[in-house]
Design a protein around this ligand. Structure first.
Ligand code: G3P
Ligand code: CA
Length: 252
């Protein structure tokens, strides 16, 4: 059976570092990884999209405009073009020289330095682009250290078909009428709603647990909500403040 991501009684909340340690360094870069690592974050969340030439790279927006010194949609840019862009100076001058990592580089870094990857299959994908992600993971023997999530059920269906060993999570900004049914259909390990969506129906945590499905809530940065979510029985928090959440967990 696949590993359960349901929190045991007395265990702390699982910490998922959103886009790395993205409150202190440019998101989705080696620098934000380093911040998350210093916070001892076991899981780093990154977004993955294909370049024009089909290479999976770590980028949140559909364009490079906000987080690099380049311009254009990622689907119209080759890896060679993206690789020359600066992905750090937009955040602060000290981060000049950061790059948009490829998924392969990201996995190599995690393998060398420790840590696991919550990988969001973001934006536009095909079965082939999902297959390329699987190849990058499997060629490094990293399947046991990757958790895949997406807002798009089709991405998860492809992933389930191509890599049945990987745990899957469905992201939601509003709750489905029947989250348990969709979790069973997609064979999810976790259902991951926004905090606003969660608050429309906090009982969903118990409903999912009864079906063997974990629940992780995003993107939550304040201790008042960590406290409420811990009491509501959620399993993990996707946060921009991993160091502070670990500290809160330790003091809890
Ligand atoms: O992990 C949840 C969160 O990453 C989903 O929203 O826009 O930050 O990718 P976004
Ligand atoms: Ca994301």
């Amino acid at each position: 059976a696949k590993e359960s991501f349901i929190r045991k009684t007395g265990d702390p909340l699982r910490v998922w570092a959103h886009r790395g340690g993205s409150s202190a360094a440019p998101e989705n870069t080696a620098a934000s990884d380093e911040v998350a690592r210093r916070a001892r974050a076991e899981w780093i969340e990154n977004d993955v999209q294909p370049t024009k030439d089909g290479v999976p790279v770590i980028l949140h927006d559909t364009s490079v405009d906000r987080t690099t010194d380049g311009t254009g949609a990622i689907r119209n840019l080759t890896l060679a073009e993206v690789a020359t862009m600066d992905a750090g100076s937009w955040f602060a001058p000290a981060f000049t020289g950061q790059r948009v990592p490829t998924l392969g580089q990201q996995l190599d870094g995690l393998k060398a330095r420790g840590g696991n990857l919550l990988l969001e299959v973001k934006g536009v994908h095909t079965r082939d682009s999902v297959a390329r992600i699987v190849t990058d993971i499997r060629s490094r023997n990293m399947s046991s250290r990757v958790f895949v999530q997406s807002f798009e059920p089709q991405h998860l269906r492809w992933m389930r078909e191509l890599a049945p060993e990987l745990p899957l999570g469905l992201l939601r900004s509003t709750l489905d009428p029947d989250p348990v049914a969709i979790a069973k259909d997609l064979e999810l390990s976790a259902y991951n709603p926004s905090d606003a969506a969660f608050q429309t129906r906090p009982g969903i945590a118990a409903e999912l647990h009864a079906a063997g499905v974990a629940i992780n809530v995003w993107t939550v940065d304040d201790a008042t909500r960590w406290n409420a979510l811990e009491k509501a029985g959620v399993d993990g928090i996707i946060t921009n403040r991993p160091a502070e959440l670990y500290g809160w967990n330790a003091a809890f």
